[in-house]
Design a protein around this ligand. Structure first.
Ligand SMILES: [Zn+2]
Length: 157
């Protein structure tokens, strides 16, 4: 089940399959969860954030706006605010992935992670050019305290 849904991880018959990765890598529970929740549409922390935003009384946002760079998870169009909830694993959360590096094929993974973070930066730049304020939240902080994250969003509006 953990194969083709992960961008960049090819089916497990190939050397970079996720099971191979698990064997060769001491993966923290939090990071494993983060890998599992990485899909391009709906993930746990995104839902948690939207619930918290809704509870805070905010309405009128759109989710997963594909026409904007990077497909922001939450967008307030009128106020030009784009919010990303970044999965800690793929987007290399400094807190969660500082000591987590693949033991094998490290060059391959480093290049892949570098591309991800560079893409994130480029998306942010483009959004700012379009006049958007960008709020980036890490999955771990949303899981820990969604309300606090919702307040960050409110403050940016
Ligand atoms: Zn994190």
């Amino acid at each position: 089940m953990l194969t083709s849904e992960y961008p960049g991880i090819v089916p497990e018959t190939k050397p970079y399959g996720i099971n191979k990765l698990r064997e060769t890598w001491v993966v923290k529970e939090s990071v494993r969860r983060s890998m599992q929740s990485n899909t391009s549409t709906e993930t746990g922390p995104e839902r948690m954030l939207r619930k918290a935003i809704y509870r805070a009384g905010l309405r009128g946002y759109r989710k997963n706006v594909r026409k904007l760079p990077g497909t922001p998870d939450v967008v307030f169009g009128k106020q030009r605010l784009a919010v990303f909830v970044h999965g800690c694993y793929w987007h290399r959360c400094p807190k969660c992935t500082r000591d987590i590096h693949p033991k094998t094929n490290s060059e391959f993974w480093k290049a892949k992670f570098d591309r991800n973070t560079e893409r994130d930066r480029a998306n942010k730049r483009q959004l700012r050019k379009l006049g958007y304020t960008v709020v980036t939240l890490w999955e771990c902080e949303v899981r820990k305290d969604p309300t606090k994250c919702a307040i960050k969003v409110i403050k940016a509006l």
